[in-house]
Design a protein around this ligand. Structure first.
Ligand code: ZN
Length: 441
């Protein structure tokens, strides 16, 4: 791979702002696990990457699941007895229980309340609720709105359609030197919610766009799918190709100010796990590593025992662990460009490790080669940098006996992967190192 992350030529502040801008553009759209909201969102992404859009018909069996009916919505409201709209879908698409069946009738307060959802602890926030697999209707509102409801009759209207159609997902495949793949997966099913999940969509899109301009060793596959049913459908349709996936990450919740959090793959110590943990260990801030659990995002499906793919999930504050999660407060104020660009940087550093983590053989292993006469000291910059680069050269020379790859060497030496990879590049340039297959120790 030609990527040298220290010389990306990328203005990281601009990357953060661009992700934020994309989130802002996608924010108003009412998405769900099926329907026009997903299509419209994917079309917006097509302005940046050549996404292929796939449609899977209602009723299609995908392992133990069936593709549901397609849901679309135009409008919804609750009117009080004076004809005043007291809850209006046009103000927030979170006001409707996502996947609500159509309804238009007048109901007494008692009956209405059976279909209302609010959060007493956060009376100003609208909750996000869904009912995908059980037909129901409902409204979500602030607890303050809920408490202000008077006895009386209410007109409820949900102008939605739930009928045979399709589940839509987007996919972008970038070929590399090898058919072995790295998978990045993000869900696309949440309506106006930013950290979960527009931040993941924005990061995946910009990462795909960036890598499309690089020459890569691995092939890269980016999938934009509705949560759970989307990854199940994708796995069902791609079962024959899944063995090509050598590393993968589920991208979600990457825009809040919280610390980076990595959830390991089911395998636990796959190369992707080690690569992410290495990046976080050296990222210069507090971070958290969690073991795999069969709950969360689509890693649940990728890591189901019949697949057991090396797919982890790198987030900031994980789902369910911040109060704004799945509420109207997960909005454009919760995600910040600085966090988005920082997360993007972690993903790039991980890609650099996957791309460059190879085995090498020291071609001058009997005593140290004389580095000075090769100009390997003089290429170095300031004093501290020079010392670090010198140590990286010495560690790399010492440990490239073919039994350790560059990530092993970085971990054994306590240096960053980037420092070791840069040393390996220099040593290779001076014919002191050659790539090799893994040797038995
Ligand atoms: Zn969610």
């Amino acid at each position: 791979m030609d990527i040298d992350n220290s010389q990306l030529g990328l203005d990281m502040n601009a990357v953060g702002r661009e992700m934020y801008q994309l989130i802002t553009e996608l924010f108003p759209i009412c998405r769900s696990i099926t329907g026009n909201g997903v299509r419209e969102s994917l079309r917006i992404l097509q302005n940046r990457i050549p996404l292929e859009i796939h449609e899977v018909s209602t009723g299609t069996k995908v392992f133990d699941w069936t593709i549901p009916k397609e849901w679309n919505i135009k409008d919804a409201f609750i009117k009080n007895s004076h004809g005043e709209k007291i809850v209006d879908f046009k103000n927030s698409n979170l006001h409707v229980l996502n996947y609500s069946v159509p309804i238009h009738k007048t109901v007494p307060l008692m009956e209405l309340k059976e279909h209302l959802y609010s959060i007493p602890d956060f009376p100003e926030w609208i909750p996000y609720r869904t009912s995908y697999y059980k037909e129901n209707w409902g409204f979500c509102l602030t607890h303050r709105q809920y408490q202000s409801l008077q006895e009386g009759e209410y007109e409820v209207c949900i102008d939605s359609r739930l009928e045979d159609g399709y589940l839509t997902y987007g996919e972008y495949y970038l070929g590399g030197e090898t058919e072995r793949e790295v998978l990045f997966s993000t869900h696309v099913c949440h309506p106006s919610l930013c950290n979960d999940n527009l931040s993941g969509i924005a990061l995946t899109t910009l990462l795909a766009n960036y890598l499309s301009h690089q020459k890569t060793h691995f092939s890269y596959r980016f999938v934009f799918i509705p949560g759970t049913i989307g990854s199940i459908a994708w796995l069902a349709q791609n079962e024959q190709r899944v063995s090509r996936i050598h590393h993968g990450l589920v991208v979600a919740c990457v825009g809040d100010a919280g610390k980076p959090t990595y959830k390991r793959s089911r395998q636990g110590n796959a190369e992707i796990d080690r690569a992410v943990m290495h990046v976080l260990k050296h990222c210069g801030r507090d971070c958290e590593i969690r073991d795999f659990s069969p709950y969360g995002y689509d890693e649940r499906q990728y890591c189901s025992p019949g697949f057991d793919l090396p797919v982890g999930s790198l987030t900031r504050t994980p789902h369910g662990c911040y109060p704004e999660y799945h509420t109207s407060a997960d909005n454009l104020n919760l995600v910040i460009p600085e966090s988005l660009s920082e997360s993007f940087r972690y993903y790039l550093d991980i890609v650099e490790i996957l791309e460059k983590n190879k085995y090498y053989l020291n071609l001058n292993s009997k005593c140290e080669p004389q580095l000075g006469k090769r100009g390997l000291y003089s290429t170095l910059g300031g004093r501290t940098d020079a010392k670090i680069a010198e140590m990286a050269l010495l560690w790399t020379l010492n440990l490239t006996d073919g039994t350790m790859n560059l990530l092993d060497i970085a971990e054994r030496s306590g240096m960053t992967f980037h420092q070791i990879a840069e040393a390996a590049r220099l040593l290779k340039e001076h014919d002191l190192l050659a790539p090799c297959e893994k040797q038995e120790g």
